[in-house]
Write a protein that binds this ligand. Structure first.
Ligand SMILES: NC(=O)c1ccc[n+]([C@@H]2O[C@H](COP(=O)([O-])OP(=O)(O)OC[C@H]3O[C@@H](n4cnc5c(N)ncnc54)[C@H](OP(=O)(O)O)[C@@H]3O)[C@@H](O)[C@H]2O)c1
Length: 259
């Protein structure tokens, strides 16, 4: 594997499971020094390729502040930020069924956490004249009814913010892009599969097929893998993507049916 990120200082949020774990592994394999964060330490401990793990709840400002400071202290600067942490814990329902708490929780983690971290870290990148930021959003931004509405709306807002930030930071040499995964089988999705299977009286495969059908089908005929998303992100944060900024990359096996 090319060591094209050798010595680059990277923060990947939510890097202990699923897509984030794969991103951490991929960036480290390319030579990056990686700090990651999650609320809890993984059961198996932190892999050797992680330079520092910071336990924090990113849905609070205290959490994002502590992660930003620990990252700068550990790495002595910052070149790459991948905002991967995100989730929904609201169950499906019509838009008006979500209460104040559902909306606050969805916005705090999926929108405000990246905004708060960027507020601290992007000026460091601008000051040095280089850097790369990736916001992991979701195809739910174009398919609002494919996920609980607070989550879909928070991800859509993150897309909008990301595009605006990209235009502002480009003159300073900081690139900002967004990646929209489709149905990727991760730790988070395993819980969804189990809940769906229990509700439908079927097994995980039955639940998987039902979710794929609810999305309108996946033309490539299968769900995605975390490593496939990590590969795209490793490209975007590298110098191979040196003229790409403000761009949106859908990685969904063809799920989104529109242009
Ligand atoms: N999987 C999909 O099909 C899919 C589709 C579209 C978009 N996405 C997006 O892709 C990203 C990764 O999804 P995933 O499926 O890989 O998720 P996942 O398997 O549930 O992993 C989420 C990671 O984020 C951490 N995390 C969750 N809440 C946190 C909080 N409040 N503070 C700090 N860390 C937190 C988790 O660790 P702790 O639980 O220990 O905090 C974990 O490391 C998310 O932004 C998600 O919205 C995923």
């Amino acid at each position: 594997m090319s060591k094209d990120l050798m010595g680059k200082k990277a923060l990947v949020t939510g890097g202990t499971k699923g897509i984030g774990e794969a991103i951490v592994e991929r960036l480290a394999a390319a030579g990056a020094r990686v700090v990651t964060t999650a609320r809890s330490m993984p059961y198996g401990g932190i892999p050797d390729h992680v330079e520092r793990f910071v336990a924090a709840d990113l849905s609070t400002q205290a959490g994002t502040d502590s992660v930003a400071e620990a990252t700068l202290e550990t790495l002595g600067g910052i070149d790459i930020v991948v905002h991967n942490a995100g989730r929904t814990d609201a169950t499906a329902g019509v838009a008006t069924s979500f209460d104040e708490e559902d909306w606050q929780r969805a916005l705090a983690l999926n929108l405000l956490a990246p905004v708060r971290l960027d507020r601290r870290l992007v000026p460091v990148m601008s000051g040095q004249g280089s850097g790369s930021v990736v916001h992991v959003t979701s195809i739910a931004r174009t398919l609002p009814r494919s996920a609980p509405m607070p989550y879909a709306a928070a991800k859509a807002a993150l897309n909008n913010y990301s595009k605006g930030l990209a235009a502002e930071t480009a003159p300073a040499g900081v690139r900002v892009n967004r990646v929209l995964p489709g149905f990727i089988e991760t730790t988070g999705v395993e819980h969804l599969l189990d809940d769906t299977a229990a509700a439908m009286g079927t097994d995980r495969n039955g639940a998987r097929q039902a979710i794929m059908a609810a999305l309108g089908g996946i033309p490539m005929g299968r769900t995605g893998r975390p490593a496939e998303v990590a590969e795209l992100i490793a490209f975007l944060v590298s110098d191979r993507a040196s003229w790409i900024t403000g761009a949106e990359y859908v990685i969904d096996g063809g799920t989104v049916p529109t242009v």
